[in-house]
Structure formats: structure tokens, C-alpha cells
Design a protein around this ligand. Structure first.
Ligand code: KG4
Ligand code: ZN
Length: 366
């Protein structure tokens, strides 16, 4: 079985071919980061227009790389949300066009479910002994828009255990990077300068809310206040009403910025690790899976593997940030369950994760 996956929810035009639910035959990602950098973030209308320009060549490239044609494909899986509506519309309409022209079934995939299933894609460099994650699994989704802890007792069935009540982890990285004048996207920029910094230089708060919820807005504000204090000392006459977006470069030295970045990164990563460890212990899962753009963070990958006393799956870097291989894998599972969409499929800006019933729920027990 071969699935063509299409992903255009944000600023990556991505198409992949997946075989038998896990093998990546091709995985093409056309990133718009260089275009959006000048705006300090994703400019939605520009993103949608760029998807229009890129999508056809990217589809062609993915088929060529996989050495297949549309005749070899069994279904088209496409992200319908969450994401930017204009961007999502490009992928969904191209998927519908291909489905209409070929008669292939259309499978709608939730972008977050795609991130979860990035852990079930066999990495290209995996040894032949590679095994997919075991269930029940605890999944930590850390992306630009989400920070969620989700329990998965069986495929496709999600029990939310915790979420962020304010900023997502990636959003916090992006906002603090802007504050420190490190540019967009913030996660990789902070990670890079943090290597030169002392993670103990500033004691930023670790906020671990009840149950398994997160809050990163206090951490972001703590960094802002610290920057204001340091600017004052540096003689810059810091403005107490200064906000995150009003960065004035040059007042803080290179080492101070590195120390701030390293201390912020440490606090955020430790918060994620502490909450994930607590949830994994309470629900006695077999495995922890981490996914989403922030799972590309080297500190998070290292610390969560060190700190948790059970197997931790983190996808290779090229499957952490947005890609279509994960959409193809999630789409393969959905297709296997017979989840076919009509050509009236519409995009949804903020859908929740699909709510499927457990196969042996209450009342079905024998
Ligand atoms: O999953 P993703 O590519 O897009 C969304 O679905 O949101 O995640 C993007 C987020 C951005 O906030 C970016 O700063 C963050 O992932 N990110 C990182 C790293 N690489 C990307 N955060 C921390 N460390 C990284 N190395
Ligand atoms: Zn994403």
C-alpha cells in the first residue's frame, strides 16, 4: 500500500510517499523560512501564495524520488488543520484535484496526529531491527502552536492529559529569541547561541501546573524582566514598559545573551521533562514519544532520554519539524480504518485531535 502525503499547514510545502504505513519512499520539504525571516514570523498571505507556486513541483519531485507514478498510489492523505487557513486550502485543493482526476480515495489528516505518527515512520537511517513505539505510549507534542501530553492506549485513540494554558513551547522559544535579537525561527537560534552560555547563570522559574498542564508565559516574562535589569546596569536606561517586541539590539553583550538563552532553554526543557516524567509514572506507559518542531532541540532530546526510566522515541530531525512523511504515516493508519473523506472536505483552523472510540470501551467488554 502506498500513500501520497501532502502538508501545507504553515510555511513548509511538503509531499511524501509512504509504503506499508512506515517506509519513507520520498520526503520532499520546500521551506519558506528564508522568505518569512524578514517579517520576523510567518506572513500568512505570503505563505499561501508561496504554497501555490511550490506545490506542483513538490508533488512531482516526491513521485520522482519515490520512483513511482500516481498509478502506484492507493490514497491521498492531506492535512486539513490545524494551521493557517489560506495555506491549508492549497494542500487540500491539490489533494482533491488529484483525487478527482485519478479516482483515488482522499484521507483527511489532523496535523497534530501527523506529528504523533512521525514516531511511527521508520527513519531512513534505521537499522533493520527498528521497531515502532510500543503502546500504551505517552506523547509529548511540542510545536509552534501546541504543548500537549497525550495518552495513547491504542492507535488513533487519544486521551489528553495536559496542555499549555498560555504560550506553546515553540512560541516561547520564538518570542524569547525575538527579545534577545536572535531572529526567526527562534528555537534553532536560541539552541545555537545557548551552546556558548551558562544554563545556571539565571534562575528562571520552572512552572509545573497541577495535573499535567504547562504555562510558559511566566518564564517569558522572567526573561524580559531580567533583560530590563541588565540593560539598566549596562546604562541603557531601560524602559520598564518595554515589551517583548520592542527589542533594541546592542545593549547586552554576546556572553550575556548566550547565558540568557542557555538559562531560558534549560528552564523550558526541564519543565517539559518533569511533567512528562510525572505523567509517564502515573499512567505506567510502555514508552514515551516526543514530537513537533521543538523535539528537534538537542537539549530536550538528551535530557528527556536521560531523565526517563523507560524507552523514549524522538524522531530524526527531518521528521520533527513540519513534513509530509508524518501525514502519510498517519494517513495510512486512517486509511486502514476506512476513514475516507468526500470531495467536500474543508479546512479547519483549530480542530481538536480526532475523537475515536476505544475498540474495547465500557459496555463492549466481554
Ligand atoms: O512543528 P513545527 O515545525 O510547526 C508547527 O506545527 O508549529 O514547529 C515549529 C516550532 C517553532 O516555534 C520553532 O522555533 C521550533 O519549532 N523549533 C525549535 C527547534 N527547531 C524548531 N525549538 C527549539 N529548538 C529547536 N532546535
Ligand atoms: Zn507542525
Amino acid at each position: 500500500m502506498r500513500i501520497l502525503g501532502i502538508e501545507t499547514s504553515c510555511d513548509e510545502t511538503a509531499v511524501a510517499v509512504i509504503q506499508d504505513g512506515e517506509r519513507i519512499l520520498s520526503n520532499v520539504v520546500n521551506s519558506q523560512i528564508d522568505i518569512h525571516r524578514q517579517y520576523g514570523g510567518v506572513f500568512p498571505e505570503v505563505a499561501a501564495r508561496q504554497h501555490v507556486v511550490s506545490i506542483a513541483p513538490v508533488v512531482r519531485q516526491a513521485l520522482t524520488d519515490a520512483a513511482v507514478t500516481l498509478d502506484d498510489i492507493d490514497a491521498i492523505a492531506v492535512t486539513y488543520g490545524p494551521g493557517l487557513v489560506g495555506s491549508l486550502l492549497v494542500g487540500v485543493n491539490v489533494a482533491k484535484g488529484i483525487a478527482l482526476a485519478t479516482g483515488l480515495p482522499l484521507v483527511a489528516v489532523n496535523h497534530l496526529e501527523g506529528h504523533i505518527y512521525s514516531n511511527w515512520a521508520r527513519p531512513l537511517e534505521a537499522a533493520t531491527s527498528w521497531e515502532p513505539p510500543q503502546l500504551p505510549a505517552l506523547t509529548l507534542i511540542v510545536s509552534g502552536g501546541h504543548t500537549d501530553l497525550i495518552l495513547m492506549r491504542e492507535h488513533g485513540v487519544y486521551e489528553p492529559l495536559g496542555h499549555t494554558i498560555d504560550d506553546a513551547a515553540g512560541e516561547a522559544f520564538d518570542k524569547v529569541a525575538r527579545l534577545l535579537g536572535l531572529g526567526y525561527p527562534g528555537g534553532p537560534a536560541i539552541q545555537k547561541v545557548a551552546v556558548q552560555g551558562d544554563p545556571q547563570a539565571f534562575a528562571f522559574p520552572l512552572v509545573c501546573l497541577e495535573r499535567f498542564n504547562f504555562s510558559f508565559s511566566g518564564l517569558k516574562t522572567a526573561v524580559l524582566r531580567q533583560v530590563q535589569r541588565l540593560e539598566e546596569v549596562a546604562g541603557g536606561g531601560s524602559d520598564p514598559h518595554r515589551r517583548l517586541k520592542d527589542y533594541r539590539p546592542g545593549l547586552l553583550g554576546r556572553q550575556t545573551v548566550a547565558d540568557l538563552a542557555a538559562s531560558f532553554q534549560r528552564a523550558l526543557v526541564e519543565t517539559l521533562v518533569v511533567q512528562t516524567k510525572r505523567a509517564a509514572a502515573e499512567y505506567k506507559v510502555a514508552q514515551v514519544c516526543v514530537c513537533g518542531g521543538v523535539s528537534a532541540n538537542v537539549q530536550l532530546r538528551q535530557r528527556i532520554r536521560e531523565a526517563l526510566p523507560l524507552p523514549v522515541s524522538v524522531p530524526p530531525l527531518y521528521l520533527c519539524t513540519d513534513n509530509a512523511a508524518m501525514i502519510g504515516v498517519a494517513g495510512s493508519y486512517a486509511f486502514g480504518r476506512g476513514e475516507i473523506s468526500g470531495l467536500d472536505l474543508d479546512v479547519v483552523a483549530r480542530p481538536p485531535l480526532p475523537q475515536r472510540l476505544p475498540s474495547s470501551g465500557p459496555g463492549q467488554d466481554v
